[in-house]
Write a protein that binds this ligand. Structure first.
Ligand code: 5GP
Ligand code: MN
Length: 345
């Protein structure tokens, strides 16, 4: 049995909306990850099977390793089909905002979503949700939005209506946001949910292979290159890796190729904090990814030094300057956070 995480009043409220809604739009964050796509498609399958007119719209492209997901071809990319997407958003009865807590995380879609008269619901697990939705289902203690989507569908009394395809999407989001159940994954109910998803016929081992073992040769060589350049700061129990635009073109970088790199330095004994700095190819900025083990608050460091935020152990941000300047700022951040950077995490 699952505990009742989501308030009954919110479930009832959403159920009422669904009864009357025909046109539903699901939106998720820029540079969508496995949980953004998994939760969106998990909900999409459920609603689509109920004969609703439902569309998933995300700001920009998602990585190739998520393109096998059932329904992924139906996802509308806002940066390519802006006009059509704007029409869907404006005419929607309900907009479901998944896996983000702040409206700026949907980038250029922000104005259209804010301006739409649609009823809006937030389903998310990031801290401190902004106030832009009528129903707010925000649970930072839950490790993925996909898990929340599963819980929501069950509480609507519709477990039986989850299909194998929907289950595959939900499982993918749960798996990717926990690094294959290696962090934020001690809640035993996660494994009850996995068991329920397995009952739908999903092949979890195959999903793992499709997500994590379908990279290109050049991606693996890029990983080797990045790790050779890694800088370790033993006095801060930290490590930093970086990637320039030049290196990206040298290794035929495509979106998603550096996914997961930031976790690798954490496999060094006594490293509890890892930082990945990547020169962005679209905007003049450095994309910052932060990871920690234990209690070190990546999100605080991201907010204070890199215009970002996120979860305790996985955060990100942006730095407006050069890569070398970002490295200097990182070193200042390490000094400031030194008391918290200990081997015990
Ligand atoms: P990643 O390192 O995988 O890009 O991001 C990890 C987590 O950090 C995301 O799930 C999100 O919560 C947070 N995050 C990433 N980039 C940003 C950003 O630019 N701003 C904020 N506020 N959070 C971010
Ligand atoms: Mn997530």
């Amino acid at each position: 049995m699952l505990s009742k995480v989501i308030d009954q009043s919110k479930i009832d409220h959403f159920a009422k909306w669904l009864e009357r809604a025909d046109k539903i739009v699901i939106v998720s964050h820029v540079s969508p990850d496995g949980d953004a796509i998994g939760s969106s498609l998990g909900l999409w399958h459920f609603l689509n099977d109920q004969e609703k007119n439902v569309n998933v719209i995300v700001p920009n492209a998602f990585p190739d390793f998520l393109k096998w997901m059932p329904g992924s071809k139906e996802i509308l990319l806002y940066d390519r089909y802006r006009e059509f997407a704007n029409k869907l958003i404006a005419e929607a009865d309900v907009i479901c905002c998944l896996d983000f807590n702040a409206i700026h995380r949907i980038d250029a879609m922000k104005d259209a979503v804010l301006a739409s008269p649609a009823r809006k619901i937030l389903i998310d697990h990031h801290l401190y949700p902004e106030d832009f939705c009528r129903i707010v289902i925000s649970h930072p203690e839950i490790s993925s939005t996909s898990e929340l989507v599963f819980r929501l569908i069950c509480r609507l009394g519709c477990f039986d209506e989850i299909t194998k395809k929907g289950a595959e999407c939900i499982y993918t989001g749960m798996m990717t946001d926990t690094g294959g159940f290696t962090f934020n994954s001690n809640n035993r109910e996660i494994y009850f949910i996995i068991s329920e998803l397995l009952s739908k016929g999903i092949d979890k081992d195959e999903i793992y292979r499709k997500v994590y073992n379908t990279y290109s040769e050049s991606r693996l060589r890029l990983m080797g290159h990045v790790l050779t350049q890694m800088k370790v700061y033993p006095e801060y129990c930290a490590a930093m890796i970086s990637l320039t635009k030049k290196e990206q073109s040298q290794f035929n970088y495509i979106r998603g190729d550096s996914e997961g790199f930031v976790n690798i330095p954490l496999s060094i004994k006594n490293v509890v904090f890892s930082c990945f700095l990547r020169e962005d190819t679209e905007k003049p900025m450095i994309k910052v990814s932060l990871r920690s083990v234990g209690k070190f608050p990546c999100n605080q460091l991201a907010a204070e030094f890199f215009n970002g935020g996120g979860h305790l152990n996985a955060s990100g941000g942006e730095f407006y300057g050069t890569l070398d300047e970002a490295k200097v700022v990182l070193e200042q951040a390490l000094e400031k956070f030194k008391p918290l950077l200990t081997a015990k995490g």
